[in-house]
Design a protein around this ligand. Structure first.
Ligand code: 48F
Length: 263
């Protein structure tokens, strides 16, 4: 049988558009495919929730690939080892309380397991705004990253979601959009993005979990975006907090979805 190029094109277009159409009205939309977003997506999809993840770059994984300063190993503390085990990521103890994993194996496995669990992943897509009604976030406004990079004047498309997660890392892009459009209304002490503080690994890892919460109706923050929103410090190449924050965001949203159903 001769391979027909037209059928290759048709298969790709058909399959992609199905994926896109199934993600126009979701339970959860995640912006950012770093460790926090991937873990949140995995736990949500594993619980049967309809979830899509949008990542600006071609590759998923955010800041995990390069370990610390391109030394491609990461450190994970004991409290997050159960997540590495659940995903099937290899790790070994370096010293008591300090475990390491190969960042390439870690990030590719996180991505693979998130995709296999049922998260619809869209790479090369950037969230540039949110859908708002009038005081609740009800979705994301998306465009192709190459459109953004080329500065082309092309209108975006919107998707609806019952909850949105800002997992955009240090940039905190979704929360910053909300701050710009409805100033002073974010659930931080100042009503604005507090901004990330200088490195303090121990404090940062604890605060990342405390800061993983709904910051505006319909909008949760996870991972480094949670600390940047609430003014927590950065932590460097220790990743337990990112993994635990992704899982906690998923748990909080599952409970919110459950409450919505029963109210
Ligand atoms: O930065 P990133 O890895 O965030 P994270 O999951 O983890 C933080 C750690 O990597 C590290 C750290 C922990 O030790 O401090 O920095 O919180 O992943 C964020 C992803 O979001 C994408 C971005 O390309 C990256 O892959 N992103 C950012 N803004 C947008 C976006 C946007 N507007 N639309 C789509 N993707």
């Amino acid at each position: 049988m001769e391979i027909d190029e037209m059928l290759i094109s048709k298969a790709i277009v058909d399959r992609f558009f199905n994926k896109l159409l199934n993600s126009l009205n979701m339970d959860v939309a995640i912006v950012g495919g770093g460790p926090a977003g991937l873990v949140a997506g995995y736990y949500l999809a594993s619980a049967g929730v309809n979830v899509a993840l949008y990542e600006r770059k071609l590759s998923l994984g955010g800041g995990m690939w390069g370990g610390g300063m391109m030394f491609n190993e990461i450190v994970v503390q004991p409290s997050a080892l159960s997540i590495l085990d659940e995903f099937g990521i290899m790790h070994s103890e370096y010293e008591k309380g300090y475990h390491t994993a190969d960042s390439i194996e870690a990030v590719s496995t996180l991505t693979s397991q998130a995709a296999k669990s049922g998260v619809s992943i869209f790479n090369c897509v950037s969230a540039e705004d949110v859908l708002m009604r009038p005081d609740k976030v009800i979705g994301a406004v998306l465009n192709w990253s190459p459109v953004e990079m080329a500065g082309l004047h092309i209108d975006p498309l919107a998707v609806r979601a019952r909850y949105l997660i800002d997992a955009t890392g240090h940039a905190t892009e979704v929360v910053k959009v909300v701050q710009e459009k409805v100033p002073g209304k974010i659930g931080t002490p100042s009503g604005h993005v507090e901004g990330e503080k200088s490195m303090w690994s121990d404090e940062a890892e604890t605060l990342t979990l405390q800061n993983t919460q709904e910051v505006f109706p319909g909008l949760f923050v996870a991972g480094m975006a949670a600390n940047a929103t609430f003014g927590g410090p950065r932590m460097g190449a220790i990743f337990g907090g990112m993994l635990l924050s992704g899982k906690l965001a998923a748990e909080k949203i599952l409970s919110a979805l459950n409450n919505d159903t029963h109210n």
